[in-house]
Design a protein around this ligand. Structure first.
Ligand code: AKG
Ligand code: FE2
Length: 304
């Protein structure tokens, strides 16, 4: 696929370590309008404060607190189409397909998150994210996994709250391979000895899974800000993975996506592709009435 921007080695590393950093995945022309969108969405996050809030003593791991999630929003976003289309970017979808080993992938989570110096202490303890992506546990079968991509729109250094993580083989020595969601205090300290940083420039992607230990860290840079979008994918039909049911937020500006996405991109949201039996003269007519500016020509052309 021409859209591919990842390497086979990066996908292999993602499978083996549970996480991989893909530096410079998006280019400056893709990042700039998305940054303007973040500033529209979060006008009080254009710059951070001079001094950080530090609740966690140096050398200790932190803890979750609700203020960490104060500037957090689910797709679609009330800004331009640029940021709305990032989770359906062809190269991002190509990575998801390769990682999950199937052409038919679904976007099940897409949220923006703005963090700024001085709003709170963003330091978290190590955890695996499977708590809120499934009611069971991470799958052993590769196709039933999820790939969770944190996409950076600002430079993320260690003083800008880079995510920290421990590769699966490194954490196995601490917790064993049956990783619990929340390790003990003793294990937390041992994981901290083995943590790596996801620091990388704007446009980079930190791709991980729900079965790898990681934690948020504090922003300490004077005036610092960190803009990220997390986009998570699963194979179509993997019913036990979930986060957002897209129609639940019907009142949000979906037209920004529907009017700009190709049929292939829309399949990622569960909209049937042209030629699918869902599409009839009648469903086309009704869809057009609902979304007057949706270009349904490819769907009409594929009617039997
Ligand atoms: O934002 C980050 O760097 C990580 C946050 C995180 O892991 C979480 O809230 O589950
Ligand atoms: Fe997490």
């Amino acid at each position: 696929m021409t859209a591919q921007r990842h390497t086979a080695e990066q996908v292999r590393a993602w499978h083996e370590d549970g996480a991989v950093l893909l530096p410079g995945f998006l280019n400056a022309e893709e990042v700039a309008p998305a940054v303007r969108d973040f500033e529209t969405l979060y006008p009080d996050c254009v710059t951070g404060a001079d001094n950080p809030i530090q609740l966690t003593a140096d050398g200790n791991v932190g803890a979750f607190n609700p203020d960490q999630f104060s500037h957090f929003d689910d797709l679609p976003f009330a800004c331009s189409a640029a940021l709305n289309m990032i989770a359906l970017h062809p190269a991002v979808m190509a990575l998801a397909r390769d990682a999950l080993g199937t052409h038919d992938v679904r976007l099940y989570q897409a949220h923006t998150w703005a963090k700024v110096t001085g709003r709170t202490d963003y330091e978290q303890s190590f955890h695996c994210d499977f708590k809120n992506h499934t009611l069971t546990v991470p799958a052993d079968v590769a196709e039933l996994r999820t790939i969770n991509m944190m996409i950076y729109f600002t430079d993320v250094t260690d003083s800008h709250g880079a995510i920290h993580y421990v590769t699966q083989s490194d954490s196995d020595a601490v917790t064993g391979a049956d990783r619990t969601m929340f390790p003990s205090d003793l294990q937390q300290r041992a994981l901290k000895q083995r943590e790596r940083s996801g620091a990388a420039p704007a446009g980079s992607i930190f791709a991980y899974g729900i079965d790898v230990y990681h934690r948020g860290t504090n922003l300490t840079a004077p005036g610092g800000r960190r803009f990220t979008l997390t986009a998570s994918y699963k194979a179509a039909g993997n019913d036990q993975i979930g986060w957002s049911a897209w129609p639940y937020s019907f009142f949000k500006p979906w037209h920004l996506i529907i009017e700009h996405a190709t049929p292939e991109q829309l399949t990622c949201l569960g909209i049937p592709a042209p030629g699918d039996p869902f599409w009839t003269k009648r469903t086309l007519r009704r869809a057009q009435e609902r979304w007057p500016n949706w270009d349904l020509a490819p769907y009409a052309a594929a009617l039997p």
